[in-house]
Design a protein around this ligand. Structure first.
Ligand code: PBG
Length: 323
């Protein structure tokens, strides 16, 4: 008997290392987030998110097709409306930016899975995720709007709706609205454990959705709380969520792991804008190896227990995985 184990036996060459690899990243589990903006022939690079653009619909269709042809099955759509108002009317208008983008994408890239973010913050003039009364975001009145948003998106071609607003009861409200209109088969991917995070900073620049007063701590979760995240997930499952999400991903790998251990439902993790931009900025300075870092981060999210990874690195990672 040796007094120690020879772990290096299985590390001595590529074949053995590959044979015992536990976690495999694959483009088939990626979702690529995209921003749509009114106009034509637009590809505006977002300064805070190098490599990520706001697309007009014509250009966005090309980008989505490219992602699909690379092997990425789905996109998550965000809209930057031409006008904002107190109740975010463009979020549920038949001629809203997302509804138009959905119709174009469904027609041009029919096999691509279209996932929509259901929220108000990009569409309201105050930048909050719901109806504001006396300086507060009111829960139950917001549910009425969210039903309308989800329904209008599904009517325009959304395959999966993803509520990110963090109002209580929204999964049930959206499920009712969809079922009541015959959309029994449209899954809900709920942003169940969404934390009030500074990692959303670059996204808010991209979408112009920074709240004009206060912050989102009255509805998004306290980053210090993991047990509460489990209660949020549990309750979304009870309300009818088909997929639950943890967001952000990188600072919340323990939350992903805990959810994986406790629940049998598919779990998505959102590798958010700030996580992406930190890697990009460091890579631009030549301080890190972007490819290795990004793949290591994505692998860690998978290893923690996520089935689906939403990432701005999805296209690059897919290319890198092909070698
Ligand atoms: C909308 C929404 C946000 C993100 C996804 N959906 C912003 C926010 O909550 O402020 C962030 C995504 C990212 O940072 O990449 N509510």
């Amino acid at each position: 008997m040796y007094p120690f184990k020879r772990f290096r036996r299985l590390r001595q060459n590529e074949k053995l290392r590959t044979l015992v690899t536990e976690t495999e990243l694959s483009a088939r589990h990626f979702i690529y987030p995209m921003f749509f903006t009114p106009g034509d022939h637009l590809r505006e690079e977002i300064p805070e998110m190098p490599g990520i653009c706001r697309f007009s619909i014509d250009e966005g269709v090309k980008e989505a097709r490219e992602a699909f042809e690379l092997g990425i099955p789905g996109v998550l759509l965000f809209g930057i409306p031409s006008r904002k108002d107190a109740v975010g009317s463009e979020a549920f208008s038949e001629s809203g930016i997302i509804q138009k983008a959905l119709r174009a994408l469904k027609k041009e890239v029919p096999a691509l899975l279209l996932v929509t973010d259901v929220c108000m913050c990009e569409y309201t003039d105050h930048g909050h995720c719901g109806v504001v009364k006396d300086g507060k975001v009111v829960n139950d009145e917001t549910l009425e709007l969210l039903r309308k948003v989800a329904l209008s998106q599904v009517k325009a071609g959304a395959d999966v709706v993803a509520p990110s607003d963090m109002m209580d009861g929204r999964v049930m409200a959206i499920r009712e609205a969809l079922d009541g209109n015959g959309f029994l088969d449209t899954p809900i991917m709920s942003y169940s454990a969404k934390f009030a995070s500074a990692f959303y900073g670059p996204f808010r620049e991209a979408a112009g959705s920074r709240p004009s007063f206060g912050d989102r701590t009255g509805y998004q979760m306290n980053p210090a709380n993991s047990r509460e995240a489990m209660r949020e997930i549990q309750s979304d499952i009870e309300e009818g969520a088909d997929i639950v999400m943890v967001k952000p991903a990188l600072s919340y790998l323990d939350v992903i792991r805990e959810a994986r251990v406790r629940f049998d439902i598919p779990i998505a993790a959102y590798n958010v804008s700030g996580e992406y931009s930190m890697v990009k900025a460091c890579a631009q300075k030549g301080w890190i190896d972007e490819k290795r870092i990004a793949l290591e981060i994505l692998t860690s999210i998978k290893r923690a227990g996520a089935d689906i990874i939403i990432s701005y690195h999805a296209k690059d990672a897919t290319r890198w995985l092909k070698g």
